[in-house]
Ligand binder design. Structure first.
Ligand SMILES: Cc1cc2nc3c(=O)[nH]c(=O)nc-3n(C[C@H](O)[C@H](O)[C@H](O)COP(=O)(O)OP(=O)(O)OC[C@H]3O[C@@H](n4cnc5c(N)ncnc54)[C@H](O)[C@@H]3O)c2cc1C
Length: 222
């Protein structure tokens, strides 16, 4: 993929300067978001299901119970759309019309295929675990044969994709509204953060906080 859309379907039409098509940009936006919404049509009904997602190279993975209706439908290779979105800030203008949001999102079109190869399945499992919290895979028991059997892992090639992002102040700084209206305008940044870790009620006494959690919380406060 280049700086041009891979197809007309993924060409950003409104505010085209906010669109990007480089694979590296798509990867970055996918990697910064822990979950996605996966849309598909099943028995003529559109669904849009929130799911965790993880990327390895040029493939994005979703997983879940082998009994899940969504995963079973997607495994058939039907057309699908995976979207991630991160809100960065509220954009407050003088007029209601110019209000907006700073954000980044990525959209990948394609179809999923079931992953049967055991090493790819394990690699995806590891990617999901470390996506939730980096370093966690090395701290936990890996999935056993029964757990692997109960889990469906699907992968989609990232070939037809776009990124759209908005940054910056409201668009009416140079307008008559900015001269005439005495209403505060600007950006209120939005920052998601993790709070203090709460031990599980069943956690045996004397077990220290996991290194992965300590590093995550340290990185938040840095
Ligand atoms: C942040 C997040 C991450 C998730 N990660 C995963 C994941 O990695 N893997 C996974 O399998 N599931 C995940 N889920 C749950 C997922 O959204 C579905 O609930 C789940 O896949 C159940 O699918 P199903 O095929 O059994 O449900 P379906 O049989 O498809 O659902 C039947 C009906 O239940 C309702 N429903 C199902 N899910 C939701 C929902 N999330 N919110 C509201 N109504 C719903 C809808 O009305 C739907 O038509 C996640 C949810 C969230 C919010």
């Amino acid at each position: 993929m280049s700086d041009r859309p891979a197809s007309d379907r993924v060409r950003v039409r409104r505010q085209p300067t906010r669109g990007r098509y480089e694979l590296a940009d798509v990867y970055e936006v996918l990697d910064r978001s822990r979950f996605a919404h996966v849309a598909f049509v099943h028995e003529e009904q559109p669904f849009c299901v929130p799911m965790l997602q993880a990327r390895i190279d040029a493939r994005v993975y979703v997983h879940g119970s082998s009994a899940s209706r969504a995963l079973r439908a997607l495994a058939e290779g039907i057309p699908a759309c995976l979207t991630v979105t991160t809100l960065h800030g509220l954009v407050l203008a003088r007029s209601a019309f110019e209000h907006s949001a700073n954000y980044e999102s990525a959209m990948v079109l394609g179809s999923f295929r079931r992953v049967d190869d055991e090493s790819e399945r394990l690699a995806a499992f590891e990617a999901f675990t470390n996506k939730l919290i980096p370093g966690r895979w090395d701290e936990v028991r890996p999935p056993n044969a029964k757990e692997l059997k109960a889990t469906s892992i699907l992968g989609m090639e990232i070939a037809e994709a776009s990124v759209k992002a908005r940054t910056g102040p409201p668009s009416d700084d140079d307008s008559a509204d900015a001269d005439e209206i005495a209403t505060w305008a600007g950006v209120v940044p939005f920052e998601a953060s993790f709070g203090a870790a709460v031990p599980s009620p069943g956690l045996r006494p004397g077990i220290d906080l996991a290194e992965s959690v300590r590093l995550l919380l340290d990185s938040e406060s840095a």
